[in-house]
Design a protein around this ligand. Structure first.
Ligand code: ZN
Length: 422
């Protein structure tokens, strides 16, 4: 599988140079800590073997963990970043553009300019069923999912288009030049482990070099430029990765990403929430019913199956009375209320502990080792692309709908809706 590279030439070069810079810095730190601090100074000069051994153990422990998490993050970010598939039109356009580029006919050729169509109006648009078979998903005002005009496909909840790699990424966080790839839901856990272990590694280098410099100073020995350079490097990278770690852990506890946090105090999400059969009508929200109506359907049938700004009862009752629908068609239909969250409400917030588990896993070994992916990368649940918690309950209540939590607290069962007005 080819690596997903940045579309920018400068970024591609930076991402190739950075691993060389990191390898050089680690090689230098190893020379200073092992050869100059532990071997030459602590063991040979002062005879303090007991002081050198813990430094060497922590040094190589954090070096090993840092390298392992770095490689894991690079692999995930470059080869499996969690991309949303391209729509058929985008595949066609991109192969057309590539062949044009190969023939060097790009300049001045209007056909080579990318063309960005609006949402696919085909009621049977491929991929729509991935949304309306779930119980809740983020939608536009017409009840359809969000559309990416660059990828020509529907965007799952929390997916965003990255101009850096020209693809939609699931639970996108940021493009990281240090690992040369996109940090999204597949790599965020490994990225946090990498920054944490790098901060710890830098702390060991900083502590070992600074204490040696201090002891040598007390002994009246001249300043060692190797130690000063190591202190400067460790302080710079240590502070940088420490701040990255603190920020990332904060996002984990809030169940947010770098993208989610932008404008979050005023952000409003529009959600399509499944309405079980028999839900009484309400004037408070619009309803969309899937599958969407086909163009050749009669107005009566269309009205019963299309997005409506009228009371939900009109839509729900209309569809059951339509003579054109077979019983099987009727059973396959799913209606959704279109509800808005309040400003600043994060529908995926499950509380700090469950937010932590969604990214880092339930087992402490998963927190420490870069082996298994985050549990939140599993999208098989019918409830939604990502579990929702108390905010969804609050939003439903506001619209006069109630929803009961299941006993395991693993999300929200949408099967037992009742309308308060009944
Ligand atoms: Zn896209």
């Amino acid at each position: 599988m080819p690596a997903i590279e940045s579309t920018r030439c400068a970024t591609r070069w930076i991402t190739r140079i950075i691993p060389v810079v990191i390898t050089g810095a680690v090689g230098y730190a190893t020379y200073v800590v092992v050869a100059r601090v532990c071997s030459s100074y602590l063991i040979n000069t002062r005879g303090e073997v007991g002081a050198a051994i813990p430094i060497l153990i922590f040094y190589f422990l954090f070096l090993l963990l840092m390298v392992a998490t770095y490689i894991r993050t690079i692999l995930a970010a470059n080869f499996d970043p969690g991309l949303v598939p391209l729509g058929p039109l985008a595949i066609e356009q991109r192969s057309h553009q590539n062949s044009k580029r190969l023939r060097k006919h790009k300049h001045g050729d209007l056909e080579s300019q990318s063309y960005h169509p609006g949402p696919d109006n085909d009621p049977d648009s491929p991929g729509l069923e991935n949304f309306y078979t779930k119980n809740v998903f983020v939608c536009e005002s017409d009840g359809r999912p969000k559309w990416c005009s660059e990828c020509c496909n529907w965007k799952p909840d929390r997916a965003h288009h990255s101009s850096e790699i020209d693809r939609c990424v699931l639970r996108m966080d940021h493009y990281c030049p240090w690992v040369g790839g996109m940090i999204g839901e597949n790599s965020f856990k490994f990225f946090v482990q990498f920054t944490t272990y790098t901060a710890c590694y830098c702390a060991v280098v900083l502590g070992a070099a600074a204490s040696t410099l201090h002891k040598r100073n007390n002994e009246g020995q001249p300043l060692d430029p190797y130690l000063i350079a190591a202190i400067a490097l460790a302080a710079f990278f240590g502070l940088f990765t420490f701040l990255m770690t603190v920020t990332s852990i904060r996002y984990i506890f809030l169940n947010m990403t770098n993208v989610d946090i932008l404008g979050s105090p005023s952000k409003v999400y529009q959600l399509a929430v499944y309405l079980p059969r028999g839900t009484p009508p309400s004037d408070g929200f619009s309803v969309v019913t899937y599958p969407l109506p086909k163009p050749d359907q009669t107005p009566r049938t269309r009205t019963s199956r299309t997005v409506t700004s009228e009371a939900s009862g009109a839509s729900l009752q209309g569809r059951t009375s339509s003579p054109r629908l077979t019983a099987r068609d009727d059973l396959a239909m799913r209606s959704f209320a279109i509800l808005k969250t309040g400003a600043g409400e994060n529908p995926w917030d499950l509380g700090p502990w469950r937010n932590w588990q969604a990214v880092m896993g339930a087992n402490p070994l998963d927190w420490l080792l870069p082996i298994r992916k985050s549990p939140c990368t599993n999208h098989e649940s019918q409830r939604g692309f990502y579990p929702m918690g108390h905010v969804l309950t609050k939003v439903c209540t506001r619209y006069g709908l109630t929803v009961t939590s299941d006993n395991e607290g693993n999300g929200l069962e949408m099967q037992e809706f009742r309308n308060k007005k009944t």
